[in-house]
Ligand binder design. Sequence first.
Ligand code: CP
Length: 307
Amino acid sequence: MQELSVRHLLGIKDITAEDIQLIFETADNFKDVLNRPIKKVPSLRDITIANVFFENSTRTRLSFELAEKRLSADVINFSSSSSSVKKGETLLDTVNNILAMKVDMIVMRHSSPGAPHFLSRHIDANIVNAGDGTHEHPTQALLDSFSIREKLGDVAGKKVVIIGDILHSRVALSNIFALQKLGAEVMVCGPVTLLPKYIKELGVKVEFDVRKALDWCDVANVLRIQLERQQMKYFPSLREYTLYYGIDKKMLDSLDKQIVLMHPGPINRGVELSSDAADSHHSIILNQVENGVAIRMAVLYLLASRK
Ligand code: CP
């Protein structure tokens, strides 16, 4: 059996193109399982997984839980807001107490960049990063590239623009790494204040005009403005942001080509995307969510064999 080159999935930066292809091929098989009347396999029936979430989540947490249950794993869920973290317990103490209950794998979301990397130096269990602050969100990038591959046949050679709040986005960074490893051309587009200063060092194109970016690309991955991570004003108002960077269906229909529209969610309808664009035939947003379960099944299954 082929194996991943890593014991933990901490970021796309740490894995190889071969790892990504192996995850995709495994996810293809699990997607077939998910389309059967009985959507379950016994692959992880002797494994216990804790979903440890220190930040809010809808898609990622539910998608991981469903993936774990489809693989027949035992699942426990931890949410910091209702836990003894509120009484002053440290991250390492919290996780070590969870592991003392004979847990094999930790799926963790945390607001601090590097939190899962820190854990990986102190515990034996496999760790999956479900988003660490503004750093990485590897399973989101995997499901995004998997969805492009499904829609367009391949990721290699495709032109992908990531539009919006690149500065605060773990989705942007993980997507840049994944798309480049798979041979896509990557552009970022947004107000200059929402692009990191080091962006050109990542080998991406930069465009400030959203219309030119849409004319260039095969795929547009549109991001939310992460107001919860912004300590200062990066643009005058949301209304002005929408005026310059908002995308609506009329704009997409006016392009003289087909375009694939993506968004990792949650969408702020009427800000970065109009409802008619989000719900249009250009959009594969709900396909991304569907593919998330198969991708997370593949990641958990492959890591479980890397004890
Ligand atoms: N895409 C994503 O991470 O969504 P959630 O924050 O709802 O998990």
